[in-house]
Design a protein around this ligand. Structure first.
Ligand code: UDP
Ligand code: MG
Length: 317
């Protein structure tokens, strides 16, 4: 029988683990789906991994790992994919904001031949206005840059084993899971779900971390900002031609002392353009630098006893 793995990245979610494990186990057993739960604690500062370990001792179908520090949700997802052994893998949040009842629906679509089942948000749940606006803007820009409609996509997806292998085989360190499944192609179908209220604890994203995420993802998927530098250069050149002609004319007519304001403006505008351009280029160089170093996406410091094989840096005790 086919095995379904559920990957759940968790950062400081000790209150959610037991509940989520119970809800998922009950639901999947009821639907007669053979399953395993893979929890990845993302360098949590609370008892998240202890809770995972407790669950793993209770039920061999539950396993998990702990990172040596916080590496971010992307890393958590990829570690989960690595440890999952299912024929199909579902990635979902461990705060149950992605409704578990959607999983059987995804599973049916997979059995009917879908290789990727995208979870699409029907509405964005209860979020603050500021969050909604910034998230909205982020997805608009991202969709433009990647040339795929991402406005209602999420990290809630089912992937066939072959898609998982493709993603795990990607050499890059800076991944953007949500968009990579679009990029990978394959036979994709969608299920629609309503974002739920968070059960316990609070959202781990601050405005600042969202902005950082947005910039990192936009630049990992597009070089458009670099082309923007060229556009700024062209605009500057056009202006400089006009001003050069004006200045020369004035000089020839013998009234050349004026124009101090123009000089100040030019210095300010060109200075601004230059620094912005350098910043954009610098950002890409930083990304190249990070990729070239080739460090692992994450470091696992602990695993539950039922994890098979060798895991880098992992100790079972
Ligand atoms: N998460 C993670 N590492 C982080 C931040 C978040 O693994 O650095 C996990 C978190 O535990 C949760 C999921 O990612 O399972 C989504 O996070 P959260 O619920 O805070 O985000 P929101 O639902 O508000 O977008
Ligand atoms: Mg959440």
């Amino acid at each position: 029988m086919a095995l379904l793995s559920i990957v759940l990245p968790a950062y400081n979610e000790e209150q959610n683990i037991p509940n989520t494990a119970r809800v998922l186990s009950e639901l999947l057993s009821k639907n007669q789906i053979e399953y395993e739960l893979v929890f990845i604690s993302d360098g949590s500062g609370d008892g998240t991994f202890e809770e995972i370990r407790k669950e793993a001792q209770r039920d061999v179908r539950i396993k998990g790992a702990e990172f040596s520090r916080n590496f971010g949700k992307e890393a958590g997802i990829f570690a989960g994919l690595e440890l999952a052994s299912g024929d199909a893998v579902v990635v979902m949040d461990c705060d149950l904001q992605h409704p578990p009842e959607t999983i059987p629906e995804m599973w049916e679509k997979w059995k009917a031949g879908a290789e990727i089942v995208e979870g699409i948000k029907k509405s964005r749940g209860k979020e603050s206005l500021g969050y909604k606006l910034s998230a909205g803007l982020f997805y608009k820009i991202m969709s433009r840059l990647i040339k795929m409609d991402m406005s209602s996509s999420s990290d809630f997806k089912l992937l066939d084993r072959k898609v998982v292998e493709v993603l795990l085989g990607l050499p890059e360190r800076n991944t953007f899971f949500r968009a990579l499944t679009f990029w990978a192609g394959f036979r994709t179908e969608a299920v629609y779900y309503e974002v739920q209220e968070r059960q316990y604890g609070e959202s781990k994203w601050s405005f600042f971390s969202l902005m950082k995420y947005a910039v990192a993802n936009a630049t990992s998927f597009s070089t458009l900002p670099l082309q923007l530098v060229t556009v700024m250069g062209i605009i500057s050149i056009l202006f400089s031609v006009i001003l050069a002609i004006q200045t020369l004319l004035k000089y020839l007519m013998g009234s050349a002392v004026e124009g101090f304001t123009t000089v100040i403006l030019l210095i300010l505008i060109i200075g601004g353009f230059l620094m912005l351009s350098l910043g954009i280029i610098g950002h890409y160089i930083a990304r190249i630098y990070e990729e070239v170093k080739g460090r692992p996406k994450y470091i696992i410091s602990k695993v539950t006893d039922n994890i098979q094989g060798n895991v880098l840096g992992a100790w079972k005790k």
